[in-house]
Write a protein that binds this ligand. Sequence first.
Ligand code: KG4
Ligand code: ZN
Length: 341
Amino acid sequence: MKEERECLTLAIESSCDETSAAVLVGGRTVLSNIISTQIPVHQKFGGVVPEIASRKHIVNIMPVIDEALRQAKVELTDIDQIGVTYGPGLVGALLVGVSAAKSLAFSLDVPLVGVNHLEGHIFANFLAHKELKPPFVALVVSGGHTELVLMEDDYKFEVIGKTQDDAVGEAYDKVARLMDLSYPGGPIIDKRAQNGKPHYTLPKVKTENDLDFSFSGLKSAVRQSILREERENRELNVDDMAYAFQHAAVDNLMSRVNIALERYDVKSFVLAGGVAANREVRKQVEGLKTTYPNLNILQPPLWACMDQAAMIGLAAYTCFNKGIVAGCEISALSNKQLNDY
Ligand code: KG4
Ligand code: ZN
């Protein structure tokens, strides 16, 4: 520590289509959290184009870091430690953040740590809910992952259930494409489903392990229903199909959450990841408070659901406090698993 003041963490996130940098003081107080989204760039392609994402991160990374320092009213030389997402994600996109973080850590001579993006999403809950403590079960739902995670202790994660095929966010985006809706499809389907009615029937999804998820069958069922409407010369009711898909997908998630909460002796349940912004998911998670009155049921605020660096900053700070430090040898790991250092 350079002087008698709380530690300043610079965090960097570039795993997909958001370039983000944050400055935190004392780990939990966010001084700035800058997000530059590439969504408009990828929209015309109907999804993230990895090569374009990397190039945009290269253009955006230094201005985003500069803005994070400016808004936090700190100088680069004030930074005590740096945390960066090093996986999972798009390898070319991750490499931009990792290279920037390594260069800065080397030139400032400060410690560096690589943070797992999924841990970051879980840690977003600690930013919003200061009272949260393990053990808890987390439902991590994003564009790349759908996992039930048991966090038994500060940095001890166990994946107790995961998707066997598509991630739930990916399924939302693919189903949106089937209905000619824009990218990212998740928020659009969520919105359209609010005006939908029970009309289309989609199958319930079974998995061999009762805590695992599956969404590709659901996506195929939507495709079949759309084709049937076309064959029978009926106009597809997009709102009703969005409603049917949303209900089936959220049922898939929540049925597993209920099993996990019956099975594991935990104090809390937390929601995490981009799909945590979904209205139906949030409503049903809120409903868990009635079913499990003795559990602390928590959801991240909307700003903390999406990809941003503040969550990486808190996870990094926690790593440093536990003595987990990486050297400049870290690299991007597109398939990084939880609990694998
Ligand atoms: O966590 P995130 O920002 O990025 C990844 O780590 O993947 O999640 C992005 C995903 C996208 O698939 C997007 O469609 C989905 O989250 N998403 C939603 C909603 N908002 C974002 N899915 C359903 N309903 C929403 N309201
Ligand atoms: Zn994410």
